[in-house]
Design a protein around this ligand. Structure first.
Ligand SMILES: NC(=O)c1ccc[n+]([C@@H]2O[C@H](COP(=O)([O-])OP(=O)(O)OC[C@H]3O[C@@H](n4cnc5c(N)ncnc54)[C@H](OP(=O)(O)O)[C@@H]3O)[C@@H](O)[C@H]2O)c1
Length: 297
């Protein structure tokens, strides 16, 4: 008799912030889960949560534990330089047993700057930064692998992730500035628990290999988002600076982030994955994140 889909283990490669919450959700659903991380600290954290975990460095020896057919969720970011993703290339060549599927967390950054226009999955990617070029390289390698090896590839293009422990509270406390009103365009976000729901839907998705935009349907600018977090957390509203002045002061990653804007159409996520974000109201999502932080002390 063939293996039932629910009996195929779920292996979360790069089980960090999102991965830990996904692992808990899958284990609560009765799934057989294995987490893969690089550092001892992450390994210890997972073990204290009761999540079976192994440690490996995809820049190095790439030891992959099971020789069983698996459903993978791959969340390791590409390296911090270059325009390709040799990490995922190494991992793909080391998978010993053809995966049933690979769910890959990419970014909406692959679309590049769209000057506030709406993008859907048929919009051709046009990366403006090496960071986004590395992501597109990873997506391309995965789709090629899937076509060659018969594995279903589900690519999730993820916008800014926020949630408990991932709010810009320190930035606000230290009075760091944001761009002046009207100088940055719309941006997109997702609450981590809605991202986890999207990952679960992708793990069960029955269609062919596919790309999905992810998002909560809101498109607040960076300044609007920071001011909202400040208000809800009872912190001072961040000072505003002209965008040109701010761009001179920030890291290259933040510069490319500030220089890009788009609205992400998430109709396919809603229709084909059946995901309706619980936190489609940004204010409710921030409040829930703050509540969880406070309840944890
Ligand atoms: N944060 C955002 O707003 C955002 C937006 C769009 C897309 N994404 C992407 O979505 C994914 C999930 O995000 P996240 O914030 O949950 O990620 P995260 O907390 O940064 O977790 C990344 C994981 O990758 C592992 N990892 C990194 N380098 C590795 C290597 N060389 N070998 C093996 N494992 C390695 C880390 O292990 P250790 O912890 O042991 O180092 C960690 O478990 C990531 O790919 C992220 O880049 C994030």
């Amino acid at each position: 008799m063939g293996l039932l889909m629910d009996d195929i283990p779920i292996i979360i490669v790069g089980c960090g912030y999102t991965g830990r919450r996904l692992a808990s959700r899958c284990m609560a659903n009765g799934d057989d889960v294995l987490a893969v991380v690089r550092s001892q600290a992450s390994l210890d954290l997972l073990k204290s949560d009761g999540v079976p975990a192994v440690q490996t460095d995809l820049d190095d020896d790439c030891r992959l534990a099971p020789g069983r057919r698996a459903r993978y969720v791959y969340m390791v970011p590409p390296p911090s330089s270059g325009i390709t993703d040799p990490r995922i290339a190494r991992w793909l060549s080391a998978i010993s047993c053809a995966p049933e599927r690979i769910v890959y967390l990419s970014t909406t950054g692959v679309y590049g700057d769209c000057e506030g226009r709406t993008v859907d999955e048929d919009t051709p990617p046009h990366p403006d930064s090496d960071r986004a070029r590395r992501r597109l390289d990873a997506e391309t390698r995965l789709l090629d692998y899937g076509a060659r090896c018969g594995a279903r590839i589900v690519i999730l293009r993820v916008p800014g992730i926020y949630g408990p422990g991932r709010l810009p509270l320190q930035r606000l406390q230290s009075g760091q500035p944001v761009p002046r009103d009207g100088e940055t365009g719309p941006g997109n976000r997702i609450h981590v628990d809605d991202l986890v729901s999207t990952c679960v839907a992708a793990i069960h998705y029955g269609g062919p290999s596919q790309v999905f935009n992810v998002g909560d349907g809101n498109d607040a600018s960076m300044g609007e988002y920071f001011r909202l977090v400040a208000r809800l957390a009872d912190l001072p509203s961040p000072p505003q600076l002209p965008l040109d002045t701010l761009l001179e002061r920030v890291s290259p990653a933040m510069r490319s982030f500030l220089g890009e804007s788009r609205r992400v159409d998430v109709s396919r996520m809603r229709q084909d994955l059946g995901v309706e974000p619980e936190y489609n109201d940004l204010e409710a999502g921030i409040r829930a994140s703050l509540d969880e932080e406070r309840s944890r002390g």
